[in-house]
Design a protein around this ligand. Structure first.
Ligand code: P6P
Length: 335
C-alpha cells in the first residue's frame, strides 16, 4: 500500500503481522487509545469555551490540583480501554492505586496492562499551551486467569511492548512504537481520521536545543549546572537555543524533529526529580531509543531501572544521542 494518506487503521492492519505478539489484542488496544484521543481532543480544543477548565477541587496523589480536563481525560481513557475488554489492569497518574479490570474481563483472560498519564502538562490548559497524553503497555507477568497484581505494573521499561503519546497542539498527533520504530499520525479533524504524517521518526544524532527549567538552576547538581553553561558557551556550534514549554510531550516532540535534549534533573528540592518513572519516563525512553535517541537518569538507561513504587519519580535526561552522552559526561565529573 502506498504510505501517502495511509490511515492509522490501515497502518495497524498492515503492520500487525510484524508484531511478535500477533493476537490482534495490541492492535485493538492502540485502536482504543485512538478513539479516546479523539474524544479528549474534542474537549481540549474547546476548553476555553466552556466551564471545563479550572481545578476540579480535588488533588491527585502528587498533591497537584486536578484540572477538570485531567479528570475527564482520565475517565475517558479508562472507560475506552475497559469497555473494549482489552486490558486486565490500568495504572494512572490520576489514580492512587492500579485498577483491576474485572467488569468485562471476568476470568482475567486479557494479557496487557496499561500505565497512563492522561493529561500531562495540565497546568498549561488554561493558558492555551499544548498538553499531551502518555501511555505505556506491558504484557502481564502474573498468570492469566488470576487478578493482576502490583508486580504486573512494576516492570522495567525494557519490557514495554508499546508506548506513545498524543499531543494536543496546533494539530493533534498520535506518536507511538511497538518496538519497530516510531511513527506519527496527524488527526484530520474534519473527518476524524489519523493519517500517517511522520513515518519512521528519528532524533538527529545531535541538536542545538536544550530544554530545562532554568529557574531551578541553583538547586541542580553541579554536573547539570556545568552542562547548561556548556550549552550557553560561545564555541563551535554553540551557544545552543533554550526552549522549554513546560509540557514534556511538546518539548520531546519538538526535540525529536529538530534535535535537542530535555532535562528534568534531581535537585536539592526534589531528590528524585519531578517526572514519574512508570507513565512518563519509561514510555518516552522507549520512544527515544526507538527513534535513535537516548534516555537516562544521568548515569543509567531509564529502561533498566527496576521500579519499586507506582508513582516513583526519577531524574530524566532524554533526546539526541550525542547531547545526552555529553550531559552524562558532566554528571559523571560532578554528580
Ligand atoms: P516545571 C508537567 O507537569 C510536567 O510533568 C512535564 O510535562 C513538564 O515538562 C514538567 O512537569 C514541568 O515542570 O517544574 O518545570 O513546571
Amino acid at each position: 500500500m502506498s504510505h501517502t494518506n495511509q490511515t492509522l487503521g490501515e497502518f495497524i492492519i498492515e503492520n500487525q503481522a510484524s508484531f511478535k505478539y500477533t493476537s490482534g489484542e495490541l492492535s485493538r488496544l492502540i485502536n482504543s487509545i485512538r478513539l479516546a484521543a479523539k474524544v479528549v481532543n474534542h474537549e481540549v480544543n474547546k476548553a476555553g469555551l466552556v466551564d471545563i477548565i479550572g481545578a476540579a477541587g480535588d488533588t491527585n496523589i502528587q498533591g497537584e490540583d486536578q484540572q477538570k480536563l485531567d479528570v475527564y481525560a482520565n475517565t475517558k481513557f479508562i472507560q475506552t480501554m475497559t469497555n473494549r475488554n482489552i486490558v486486565c489492569g490500568i495504572a494512572s497518574e490520576e489514580e492512587d492505586d492500579f485498577i483491576s479490570i474485572n467488569s468485562q474481563d471476568k476470568n482475567h483472560q486479557n494479557k496487557y496492562v496499561v500505565l497512563i498519564d492522561p493529561l500531562d502538562g495540565s497546568s498549561n490548559i488554561d493558558v492555551n499551551v499544548s498538553v499531551g497524553t502518555i501511555f505505556s503497555v506491558y504484557r502481564r507477568v502474573t498468570p492469566v486467569g488470576t487478578p493482576v497484581t502490583m508486580e504486573d505494573f512494576l516492570q522495567k521499561g525494557d519490557q514495554q511492548v508499546a508506548a506513545g503519546y498524543v499531543i494536543y497542539g496546533t494539530s493533534t498527533m498520535l506518536v507511538y512504537t511497538t518496538g519497530d520504530g516510531v511513527n506519527g499520525f496527524t488527526l484530520n479533524p474534519a473527518i476524524g481520521s489519523f493519517y500517517l504524517s511522520h513515518p519512521n521518526m528519528q532524533f538527529p544524532e545531535t541538536g542545538r536545543i536544550y530544554s530545562v527549567n532554568e529557574g531551578n538552576y541553583t538547586h541542580f547538581p553541579q554536573g547539570i549546572k556545568d552542562y547548561i553553561k556548556y550549552c550557553q558557551m560561545e564555541e563551535g556550534d554553540r551557544p545552543y537555543t533554550s526552549r522549554y514549554i513546560g509540557s514534556l510531550v511538546s518539548d520531546f516532540h519538538r526535540n525529536m524533529i529538530k534535535g535537542g535534549i530535555y532535562m528534568y534533573p534531581k535537585s536539592s528540592q526534589n531528590s528524585k526529580g519531578k517526572l514519574r518513572l512508570l507513565y512518563e519516563c519509561n514510555p518516552m525512553a522507549f520512544l527515544a531509543e526507538q527513534a535513535n535517541g537516548l534516555a537516562s537518569d544521568g548515569f543509567q538507561r531509564i529502561m533498566e531501572i527496576q521500579p519499586t513504587q507506582l508513582h516513583e519519580r526519577v531524574p530524566f535526561i532524554c533526546g539526541s544521542k550525542n547531547m545526552v552522552r555529553k550531559a552524562e559526561e558532566f554528571m559523571r565529573l560532578a554528580p
